[in-house]
Design a binder for this molecule. Structure first.
Ligand code: TYD
Length: 133
C-alpha cells in the first residue's frame, strides 16, 4: 500500500477551528492508539524505524515537520505544514522525521497499541524484510 496525504476537514468560525478525523471516512484502519510528539530539540531527527503491520496517520497539529518515507527502493518526502493535511503511513516504510519547527506538536493516530515486536529498528534488517515481503 502507498503512503498518502489525507485532507482533514477543518471547521472554522470566529472562535477558532476544529479539525476532525473521523473513522472510516478518512482512514483505512481503526484507531487503537493516539500519541503526540512535542518539545523536540532543534535539529533532532526522530523515527529511524519501520513497522511490520502498523498503520499511522501523522498530523502536524501545530508547527511543521518533514517526513521521509523509504520503502527500501524509493524515498519520498512529505512536508507537513498544516493541521488540515495528515500523512497516512502504511506498514513497511522506514520513516525519518526531521525539520521540526520550534514548538511543533505532532499527533499520531495508530492502528494498534504499542508493540515493540512490530518495530524494525535496524536498517539492514528492514531492507531484508522488505525484499522478502
Ligand atoms: P519511538 O516510536 O521509537 O519514537 P519516534 O519514532 O518518535 O522517535 O518511541 C520512543 C520510545 O517511546 C521507545 O522506547 C518506545 C516508547 N513508546 C511507547 O512506550 N509507547 C508508544 O506508544 C510509543 C509511540 C513509544
Amino acid at each position: 500500500m502507498q503512503p498518502g496525504l489525507v485532507d482533514v476537514p477543518v471547521l472554522s468560525d470566529a472562535l477558532g477551528s476544529i479539525g476532525v478525523v473521523e473513522g472510516a471516512v478518512l482512514l483505512p484502519f481503526d484507531v487503537k492508539r493516539f500519541y503526540f510528539i512535542h518539545s523536540v530539540p532543534a535539529g533532532a531527527a526522530r523515527g529511524s524505524h519501520a513497522h511490520r503491520y502498523l498503520h499511522q496517520l501523522v498530523l502536524a497539529v501545530s508547527g511543521s515537520v518533514n517526513v521521509e518515507l523509504d520503502d527500501g527502493v524509493t524515498v519520498q518526502s512529505f512536508a507537513l505544514t498544516s493541521p488540515a493535511v495528515g500523512l497516512h503511513i502504511p506498514p513497511g516504510y522506514w520513516r525519518t522525521l526531521t525539520d521540526f519547527a520550534p514548538n511543533s506538536v505532532v499527533a499520531v493516530l495508530a492502528s494498534h497499541e504499542y508493540d515493540e515486536t512490530d518495530y524494525i529498528r535496524d536498517y539492514d534488517e528492514f531492507l531484508s524484510w522488505s525484499r522478502r515481503a
